[in-house]
Design a protein around this ligand. Structure first.
Ligand code: 13P
Length: 339
């Protein structure tokens, strides 16, 4: 694995047939996930769970990178190997979430701006020491009649570009994640228009701040109906609209696009990615960087029980393999039953 330049790191993050595991839930968020399986969240249970995922046999056949949280990059496998070192030894690139979360945007009721720029240069230097070769920053935009506001789009794009420039200075590839949320009853057309406007602003800001586009990975939402919409667009429509929107708004220099799952079911997220890759090749790799869509099944299979570690690892590898097949359009929903 050549990790000597930003572009070669980015290429390995979107290597063929592989994708990224987003395992960077903050402590409150992983607490919510553990609550669904009646499991207490503490430092040890979080290490146990992440150890289960990362040490699954053959994970590196399907997983190119893992996004870690600050606590996790300082933790080790059950055998005492720091997680970042362990992943690197498998050829999996370790990454780190560096934003400090989405906070209320003043003067824009109900909207959020992602914070975390103060001291970021120093934090990136430390994370590089700890083995991270890419980072993640998530901006959040909601759709409603009067949202997102121009202000919200502008300030989040500016922060994403500030973060990206600092990452590249530190020889860390920025994952640029402007997430247009699926919450609401809006149509797929509305999602298309908002996603297009957000991507335009993000790339304008990245260019203004001299970010090298061949050394980033874009992590967008898919263009999809709101979760509560009456007639939700089907898989083929979502895939077509997403590819069209990206083709029109993402420069070809960007090596890869790794989608978030954003509340889609595990099966939907895989089917959508598959439908997009059935009609490739595209100018950029079209891959996955799923959190919930990769973890929901292994989390449930594990349910906090030591005796279920094998079952959790099997569920994780199965989900990873199905998404790997979706990278080339070779997934079929019947595989959900047959494995
Ligand atoms: P989801 O796939 O659960 O949306 O998480 C991806 C992620 O990293 C969000 O920032």
């Amino acid at each position: 694995m050549d990790l000597s330049s930003l572009n070669s790191i980015a290429q390995s993050m979107v290597a063929p047939n592989k994708g990224i595991l987003a395992a960077d839930e903050s402590t409150p968020t992983i607490g919510k996930r553990f609550a669904t399986i009646d499991t207490e969240s503490n430092e040890k249970s979080r290490q146990t769970y992440r150890n289960m995922l990362f040490t699954s046999a053959n994970a590196s056949d399907y997983i190119s990178g893992v996004i870690l949280f600050d606590e996790t990059i300082r933790q080790s496998t059950d055998d005492g190997i720091p997680f970042a070192e362990y992943l690197t030894s498998l050829g999996i690139v370790p990454g780190i979430k560096v934003d400090k979360g989405a906070k209320k945007l003043p003067m824009c009721a109900g909207e959020l701006v992602t914070e975390g720029l103060d001291g970021l240069r120093e934090r990136l230097a430390e994370y590089h020491e700890l083995g991270a070769r890419f980072a993640k920053w998530r901006a959040v935009l909601s759709i409603a009649d009067d949202k997102p506001s121009k202000t919200c789009i502008e300030v989040n794009a500016h922060a994403l570009a500030r973060y990206s420039a600092l990452c590249q200075e530190a020889k860390i590839v920025p994952i640029v994640e402007p997430e247009v949320l699926m919450d609401g009853d809006h149509s797929i057309n509305k999602c298309y228009d908002v996603t297009a406007e957000v991507l335009n602003k993000v790339f304008t800001s990245l260019n203004e701040q001299k970010v090298s586009l061949n050394g980033i990975i874009l992590k967008p939402n898919m263009v999809i109906s709101g979760a509560d919409a009456k007639d939700r667009a089907d898989i083929v429509t979502v895939a077509g609209a997403t590819v069209k929107c990206l083709t029109e708004h993402v420069p070809e220099e960007v090596p890869g696009i790794a989608f978030l799952s954003g509340g889609q079911t595990s099966e939907e997220a895989t089917a959508h990615l598959n439908a997009m890759n059935e009609h490739g090749p595209h100018p950029w790799q079209l891959s996955f960087s799923y959190g919930r869509a990769l973890q929901a099944q292994p989390l449930k299979a594990w349910s906090g029980e030591a005796s279920n570690i094998n079952a959790g690892q099997k569920a994780f590898i199965k989900r990873s393999r199905l998404n790997s097949l979706a990278r080339t359009g070779n997934y079929n929903p019947q595989m959900e039953e047959t494995g």
